[in-house]
Design a protein around this ligand. Structure first.
Ligand SMILES: [Zn+2]
Length: 374
Protein backbone atom coordinates (compact mmCIF):
# COMPACT_ATOMS: atom_id res chain seq x y z
CA UNK A 1 0.00 0.00 0.00
CA UNK A 2 0.95 3.67 0.12
CA UNK A 3 4.27 4.03 1.87
CA UNK A 4 4.72 7.28 3.78
CA UNK A 5 8.51 6.95 4.15
CA UNK A 6 8.92 6.21 0.46
CA UNK A 7 6.81 9.24 -0.54
CA UNK A 8 8.78 11.60 1.69
CA UNK A 9 12.10 10.20 0.46
CA UNK A 10 11.06 10.57 -3.17
CA UNK A 11 9.73 14.07 -2.56
CA UNK A 12 13.03 15.14 -0.98
CA UNK A 13 14.99 13.45 -3.78
CA UNK A 14 13.07 15.32 -6.48
CA UNK A 15 13.03 18.80 -4.91
CA UNK A 16 16.82 18.68 -4.54
CA UNK A 17 17.23 18.37 -8.31
CA UNK A 18 17.62 21.53 -10.35
CA UNK A 19 14.40 22.32 -12.25
CA UNK A 20 14.22 25.98 -13.31
CA UNK A 21 11.69 26.73 -16.03
CA UNK A 22 13.08 25.82 -19.47
CA UNK A 23 15.95 23.96 -17.73
CA UNK A 24 14.12 20.87 -16.47
CA UNK A 25 16.47 18.36 -18.10
CA UNK A 26 17.93 16.91 -14.92
CA UNK A 27 14.67 16.35 -13.08
CA UNK A 28 12.93 15.16 -16.26
CA UNK A 29 15.54 12.47 -16.81
CA UNK A 30 15.14 11.18 -13.27
CA UNK A 31 11.34 11.14 -13.51
CA UNK A 32 11.45 9.49 -16.96
CA UNK A 33 13.52 6.61 -15.61
CA UNK A 34 11.10 6.23 -12.68
CA UNK A 35 8.13 6.09 -15.06
CA UNK A 36 9.93 3.54 -17.26
CA UNK A 37 10.67 1.40 -14.20
CA UNK A 38 6.95 1.51 -13.36
CA UNK A 39 6.16 -0.07 -16.73
CA UNK A 40 5.15 3.04 -18.65
CA UNK A 41 6.10 3.73 -22.24
CA UNK A 42 7.84 7.08 -22.03
CA UNK A 43 8.68 9.76 -24.59
CA UNK A 44 9.44 13.46 -24.69
CA UNK A 45 7.90 15.87 -27.20
CA UNK A 46 9.68 18.55 -29.26
CA UNK A 47 8.60 21.55 -27.18
CA UNK A 48 12.18 22.27 -25.99
CA UNK A 49 13.05 23.70 -29.41
CA UNK A 50 9.87 25.75 -29.60
CA UNK A 51 10.36 27.48 -26.24
CA UNK A 52 14.13 27.65 -26.25
CA UNK A 53 14.41 25.27 -23.29
CA UNK A 54 16.54 22.20 -22.64
CA UNK A 55 13.66 19.76 -22.15
CA UNK A 56 10.31 18.85 -23.68
CA UNK A 57 7.06 17.75 -22.07
CA UNK A 58 7.28 14.18 -20.76
CA UNK A 59 4.58 11.65 -21.67
CA UNK A 60 4.10 8.22 -20.14
CA UNK A 61 1.53 5.62 -21.13
CA UNK A 62 0.41 2.39 -19.57
CA UNK A 63 -2.23 0.16 -21.08
CA UNK A 64 -5.16 -1.16 -19.10
CA UNK A 65 -8.73 -2.29 -19.55
CA UNK A 66 -9.76 -0.85 -22.94
CA UNK A 67 -13.39 -0.63 -21.80
CA UNK A 68 -12.53 2.05 -19.22
CA UNK A 69 -12.02 5.74 -20.10
CA UNK A 70 -8.43 6.79 -20.79
CA UNK A 71 -7.24 8.80 -17.78
CA UNK A 72 -4.68 11.62 -17.85
CA UNK A 73 -2.62 12.42 -14.74
CA UNK A 74 -0.63 15.62 -15.06
CA UNK A 75 1.76 17.85 -13.12
CA UNK A 76 4.58 20.23 -14.07
CA UNK A 77 8.31 19.62 -13.85
CA UNK A 78 9.52 23.19 -13.38
CA UNK A 79 9.66 25.41 -10.35
CA UNK A 80 9.72 29.18 -9.68
CA UNK A 81 12.92 30.90 -8.55
CA UNK A 82 14.76 30.85 -6.22
CA UNK A 83 15.03 27.09 -6.61
CA UNK A 84 18.77 26.36 -6.90
CA UNK A 85 20.05 24.05 -4.18
CA UNK A 86 16.75 23.35 -2.42
CA UNK A 87 17.39 21.60 0.88
CA UNK A 88 14.18 20.20 2.39
CA UNK A 89 13.71 20.05 6.15
CA UNK A 90 11.07 18.04 7.99
CA UNK A 91 9.83 19.16 11.39
CA UNK A 92 6.75 17.78 13.10
CA UNK A 93 5.33 16.45 9.85
CA UNK A 94 5.82 19.71 7.92
CA UNK A 95 8.29 19.94 5.04
CA UNK A 96 9.86 23.32 4.32
CA UNK A 97 13.01 24.54 2.61
CA UNK A 98 15.85 26.00 4.66
CA UNK A 99 14.33 29.38 3.94
CA UNK A 100 16.54 30.75 1.17
CA UNK A 101 14.73 28.96 -1.67
CA UNK A 102 11.20 27.86 -2.42
CA UNK A 103 10.43 24.26 -1.46
CA UNK A 104 9.18 23.11 -4.85
CA UNK A 105 6.11 21.31 -3.50
CA UNK A 106 4.69 23.25 -6.45
CA UNK A 107 4.70 20.91 -8.21
CA UNK A 108 6.77 17.99 -6.90
CA UNK A 109 3.90 17.18 -4.52
CA UNK A 110 1.86 16.43 -7.64
CA UNK A 111 4.60 14.41 -9.34
CA UNK A 112 5.26 12.32 -6.24
CA UNK A 113 1.52 11.70 -5.81
CA UNK A 114 1.33 10.33 -9.35
CA UNK A 115 4.49 8.19 -9.00
CA UNK A 116 3.45 6.68 -5.66
CA UNK A 117 -0.04 5.93 -6.94
CA UNK A 118 1.33 4.16 -10.04
CA UNK A 119 3.70 2.19 -7.81
CA UNK A 120 0.84 1.07 -5.54
CA UNK A 121 -1.38 0.18 -8.50
CA UNK A 122 1.42 -1.93 -9.98
CA UNK A 123 2.42 -3.61 -6.72
CA UNK A 124 -1.11 -4.55 -5.70
CA UNK A 125 -2.46 -5.39 -9.15
CA UNK A 126 -5.26 -2.84 -8.90
CA UNK A 127 -7.21 -2.98 -12.15
CA UNK A 128 -7.00 0.18 -14.23
CA UNK A 129 -7.78 1.55 -17.65
CA UNK A 130 -5.30 3.17 -19.99
CA UNK A 131 -3.41 5.91 -18.16
CA UNK A 132 -1.46 8.74 -19.75
CA UNK A 133 0.94 10.73 -17.57
CA UNK A 134 1.72 14.22 -18.88
CA UNK A 135 4.46 16.21 -17.14
CA UNK A 136 4.83 19.68 -18.57
CA UNK A 137 7.78 22.05 -18.71
CA UNK A 138 7.79 25.82 -18.26
CA UNK A 139 4.38 25.93 -16.59
CA UNK A 140 5.56 28.77 -14.39
CA UNK A 141 6.56 30.94 -17.34
CA UNK A 142 3.21 31.44 -19.01
CA UNK A 143 2.17 27.78 -19.34
CA UNK A 144 4.64 27.51 -22.25
CA UNK A 145 4.86 23.70 -22.14
CA UNK A 146 1.14 23.03 -22.47
CA UNK A 147 0.61 26.02 -24.73
CA UNK A 148 3.11 24.75 -27.33
CA UNK A 149 2.14 21.08 -27.02
CA UNK A 150 0.83 19.18 -30.04
CA UNK A 151 -2.69 18.38 -28.86
CA UNK A 152 -2.66 15.19 -30.92
CA UNK A 153 -0.30 13.70 -28.33
CA UNK A 154 -3.04 13.80 -25.68
CA UNK A 155 -4.87 10.46 -25.60
CA UNK A 156 -7.14 10.79 -22.57
CA UNK A 157 -10.91 11.09 -22.31
CA UNK A 158 -10.42 13.37 -19.31
CA UNK A 159 -7.77 14.13 -16.74
CA UNK A 160 -6.47 15.71 -13.58
CA UNK A 161 -3.72 18.21 -12.97
CA UNK A 162 -2.18 17.80 -9.53
CA UNK A 163 -1.18 21.40 -9.01
CA UNK A 164 -3.31 23.32 -6.53
CA UNK A 165 -3.10 24.40 -2.94
CA UNK A 166 -5.78 23.04 -0.63
CA UNK A 167 -5.94 19.58 0.82
CA UNK A 168 -6.59 16.50 -1.31
CA UNK A 169 -10.33 16.44 -2.00
CA UNK A 170 -10.27 19.97 -3.39
CA UNK A 171 -11.34 19.96 -7.04
CA UNK A 172 -10.97 23.07 -9.19
CA UNK A 173 -13.84 23.00 -11.67
CA UNK A 174 -13.58 26.48 -13.20
CA UNK A 175 -10.84 28.94 -14.07
CA UNK A 176 -10.78 32.29 -15.82
CA UNK A 177 -9.56 33.11 -19.27
CA UNK A 178 -7.15 36.01 -19.53
CA UNK A 179 -6.48 38.81 -21.99
CA UNK A 180 -3.33 40.91 -21.86
CA UNK A 181 -3.93 44.45 -23.08
CA UNK A 182 -0.95 46.55 -24.13
CA UNK A 183 -1.67 50.24 -24.68
CA UNK A 184 0.62 52.85 -26.21
CA UNK A 185 -0.57 56.45 -25.87
CA UNK A 186 1.02 58.72 -28.45
CA UNK A 187 0.78 62.42 -27.61
CA UNK A 188 2.94 65.26 -28.90
CA UNK A 189 6.28 66.34 -27.48
CA UNK A 190 6.95 70.03 -26.79
CA UNK A 191 9.15 72.19 -24.59
CA UNK A 192 7.42 72.23 -21.23
CA UNK A 193 8.41 75.82 -20.45
CA UNK A 194 8.44 77.58 -23.82
CA UNK A 195 5.55 75.94 -25.68
CA UNK A 196 3.46 73.61 -23.54
CA UNK A 197 0.37 74.50 -25.61
CA UNK A 198 1.97 72.79 -28.60
CA UNK A 199 2.23 69.50 -26.73
CA UNK A 200 -0.19 66.70 -25.93
CA UNK A 201 0.83 65.09 -22.66
CA UNK A 202 0.64 61.31 -23.01
CA UNK A 203 1.08 60.79 -19.25
CA UNK A 204 -1.88 63.05 -18.48
CA UNK A 205 -4.00 61.27 -21.10
CA UNK A 206 -3.06 57.93 -19.55
CA UNK A 207 -3.96 59.24 -16.10
CA UNK A 208 -7.39 60.44 -17.23
CA UNK A 209 -8.09 57.11 -18.90
CA UNK A 210 -6.93 55.14 -15.84
CA UNK A 211 -9.19 57.22 -13.60
CA UNK A 212 -12.17 56.09 -15.68
CA UNK A 213 -11.25 52.43 -15.98
CA UNK A 214 -12.99 49.79 -13.88
CA UNK A 215 -10.29 47.60 -12.35
CA UNK A 216 -9.71 45.28 -9.40
CA UNK A 217 -12.58 42.91 -8.69
CA UNK A 218 -15.26 43.56 -11.29
CA UNK A 219 -17.65 40.80 -10.18
CA UNK A 220 -17.46 37.31 -8.66
CA UNK A 221 -15.89 35.85 -11.80
CA UNK A 222 -14.14 38.84 -13.37
CA UNK A 223 -11.02 40.83 -12.42
CA UNK A 224 -8.85 43.45 -14.12
CA UNK A 225 -5.48 44.96 -13.31
CA UNK A 226 -3.25 47.74 -14.57
CA UNK A 227 0.15 46.20 -14.00
CA UNK A 228 2.80 48.35 -15.60
CA UNK A 229 3.26 51.91 -16.82
CA UNK A 230 6.30 53.44 -18.47
CA UNK A 231 6.86 56.77 -20.16
CA UNK A 232 8.30 60.25 -20.06
CA UNK A 233 11.83 61.53 -20.45
CA UNK A 234 12.40 64.68 -18.38
CA UNK A 235 10.48 67.37 -16.52
CA UNK A 236 11.07 69.94 -19.26
CA UNK A 237 9.57 67.79 -22.01
CA UNK A 238 5.86 67.25 -22.54
CA UNK A 239 5.87 63.44 -22.89
CA UNK A 240 4.62 62.03 -26.17
CA UNK A 241 4.74 58.35 -25.23
CA UNK A 242 3.36 56.11 -22.48
CA UNK A 243 3.05 52.35 -22.47
CA UNK A 244 0.56 50.69 -20.13
CA UNK A 245 0.19 46.95 -19.71
CA UNK A 246 -3.04 45.58 -18.28
CA UNK A 247 -4.86 42.30 -17.92
CA UNK A 248 -8.47 41.19 -17.65
CA UNK A 249 -9.66 37.79 -16.45
CA UNK A 250 -13.05 36.15 -16.26
CA UNK A 251 -14.51 32.69 -16.02
CA UNK A 252 -17.16 33.95 -18.45
CA UNK A 253 -15.90 34.52 -21.98
CA UNK A 254 -18.61 37.14 -22.53
CA UNK A 255 -17.59 39.11 -19.43
CA UNK A 256 -13.93 38.82 -20.42
CA UNK A 257 -14.78 40.39 -23.77
CA UNK A 258 -16.96 43.06 -22.13
CA UNK A 259 -14.25 44.09 -19.66
CA UNK A 260 -11.60 44.10 -22.37
CA UNK A 261 -13.78 46.23 -24.63
CA UNK A 262 -14.42 48.65 -21.77
CA UNK A 263 -10.68 49.08 -21.19
CA UNK A 264 -9.85 49.43 -24.88
CA UNK A 265 -12.64 51.95 -25.54
CA UNK A 266 -11.79 54.03 -22.49
CA UNK A 267 -8.18 54.42 -23.65
CA UNK A 268 -9.25 55.13 -27.23
CA UNK A 269 -11.91 57.68 -26.33
CA UNK A 270 -9.82 59.49 -23.73
CA UNK A 271 -6.88 59.70 -26.12
CA UNK A 272 -9.03 60.93 -29.01
CA UNK A 273 -10.68 63.61 -26.85
CA UNK A 274 -7.23 64.95 -25.93
CA UNK A 275 -5.82 64.90 -29.45
CA UNK A 276 -3.64 61.87 -28.72
CA UNK A 277 -3.75 58.37 -30.19
CA UNK A 278 -4.05 55.02 -28.47
CA UNK A 279 -2.45 51.99 -30.11
CA UNK A 280 -3.81 48.91 -28.41
CA UNK A 281 -3.10 45.23 -28.79
CA UNK A 282 -5.12 42.52 -27.04
CA UNK A 283 -3.72 39.05 -26.65
CA UNK A 284 -5.69 36.06 -25.37
CA UNK A 285 -3.36 34.29 -22.96
CA UNK A 286 -5.76 31.40 -22.43
CA UNK A 287 -9.47 30.59 -22.54
CA UNK A 288 -11.66 30.10 -19.46
CA UNK A 289 -13.20 26.75 -18.58
CA UNK A 290 -16.12 25.63 -16.46
CA UNK A 291 -16.69 21.92 -15.87
CA UNK A 292 -20.28 20.98 -15.05
CA UNK A 293 -21.02 18.76 -12.04
CA UNK A 294 -22.35 15.94 -14.19
CA UNK A 295 -19.30 15.69 -16.47
CA UNK A 296 -17.31 12.47 -16.01
CA UNK A 297 -14.20 14.41 -14.92
CA UNK A 298 -16.00 16.05 -11.98
CA UNK A 299 -18.22 13.08 -11.11
CA UNK A 300 -15.20 10.75 -10.96
CA UNK A 301 -13.16 13.15 -8.81
CA UNK A 302 -15.99 13.53 -6.31
CA UNK A 303 -16.54 9.80 -6.07
CA UNK A 304 -12.80 9.18 -5.73
CA UNK A 305 -12.49 11.77 -2.95
CA UNK A 306 -15.35 10.18 -1.04
CA UNK A 307 -13.99 6.66 -1.47
CA UNK A 308 -10.59 7.87 -0.21
CA UNK A 309 -12.31 9.37 2.82
CA UNK A 310 -11.87 13.06 1.91
CA UNK A 311 -14.52 15.74 1.70
CA UNK A 312 -14.91 16.66 -1.97
CA UNK A 313 -14.75 20.45 -2.27
CA UNK A 314 -15.49 22.02 -5.65
CA UNK A 315 -13.90 25.42 -6.10
CA UNK A 316 -13.46 27.95 -8.86
CA UNK A 317 -10.03 29.56 -9.10
CA UNK A 318 -8.81 32.97 -10.20
CA UNK A 319 -5.61 31.71 -11.79
CA UNK A 320 -4.69 29.92 -14.99
CA UNK A 321 -2.98 26.53 -15.22
CA UNK A 322 -2.19 23.82 -17.76
CA UNK A 323 -5.86 22.84 -17.38
CA UNK A 324 -6.82 25.91 -19.42
CA UNK A 325 -4.94 24.46 -22.40
CA UNK A 326 -5.90 20.81 -21.86
CA UNK A 327 -9.57 21.81 -21.72
CA UNK A 328 -9.15 23.79 -24.91
CA UNK A 329 -7.45 20.79 -26.55
CA UNK A 330 -10.55 18.70 -25.86
CA UNK A 331 -9.43 16.82 -22.74
CA UNK A 332 -11.74 17.92 -19.89
CA UNK A 333 -9.33 18.55 -17.04
CA UNK A 334 -9.76 19.55 -13.40
CA UNK A 335 -7.02 20.73 -11.06
CA UNK A 336 -6.66 18.94 -7.73
CA UNK A 337 -5.46 20.13 -4.33
CA UNK A 338 -2.18 18.51 -3.25
CA UNK A 339 -1.63 20.47 -0.03
CA UNK A 340 1.10 22.81 -1.27
CA UNK A 341 0.99 26.06 0.70
CA UNK A 342 2.56 29.55 0.51
CA UNK A 343 3.75 28.63 -2.98
CA UNK A 344 6.05 30.99 -4.88
CA UNK A 345 7.60 32.13 -1.58
CA UNK A 346 10.54 30.90 0.46
CA UNK A 347 8.00 29.99 3.20
CA UNK A 348 6.47 27.32 0.95
CA UNK A 349 5.54 24.11 2.75
CA UNK A 350 3.62 20.87 2.48
CA UNK A 351 2.71 18.35 5.16
CA UNK A 352 3.74 14.72 5.05
CA UNK A 353 0.10 13.86 5.60
CA UNK A 354 -1.00 15.76 2.48
CA UNK A 355 1.69 14.07 0.35
CA UNK A 356 0.30 10.74 1.48
CA UNK A 357 -3.30 11.83 0.97
CA UNK A 358 -2.50 13.01 -2.55
CA UNK A 359 -1.19 9.58 -3.50
CA UNK A 360 -4.31 8.04 -1.93
CA UNK A 361 -6.51 10.38 -3.96
CA UNK A 362 -4.73 9.42 -7.19
CA UNK A 363 -5.12 5.69 -6.46
CA UNK A 364 -8.83 6.31 -5.80
CA UNK A 365 -9.15 8.19 -9.09
CA UNK A 366 -7.46 5.35 -11.00
CA UNK A 367 -9.82 2.83 -9.38
CA UNK A 368 -12.93 4.98 -9.89
CA UNK A 369 -12.16 5.63 -13.55
CA UNK A 370 -11.40 1.93 -14.11
CA UNK A 371 -14.91 1.19 -12.90
CA UNK A 372 -16.49 3.61 -15.41
CA UNK A 373 -16.64 1.15 -18.28
CA UNK A 374 -17.99 2.71 -21.44
ZN1 LIG B 1 2.29 24.76 -10.00
Amino acid sequence: MIDRERIVAEFCELVRISCSSKAERQVADVVKSKLTALGLEVFEDDVAGKINGNCGNVFGFIKGNPAAPVLMLSAHLDCVEPCAGIEPEIKAGVITSRGDTVLGADDKAGIVGILEALRVVRATNISHGDIQVVLTVAEETGLSGSKNMDKGLLKADFGYILDSGGSPGKIVNAAPGQNNITVIIRGKAAHAGMAPEEGVNAIVVAGKALARIKEGRIDTETTANVGLIQGGVATNIVPDYVQITCEARSRSLEKLEDQTRHMVETFEQTAAAAGARAEISVKRVYDPYVLADDTPVIAAARRAAESAGFAAALEATGGGSDANFFNRYGVPSAVLGVGMAKVHTTDEYVTVEDLEKTAKMVVAIIQTVAGMTQ
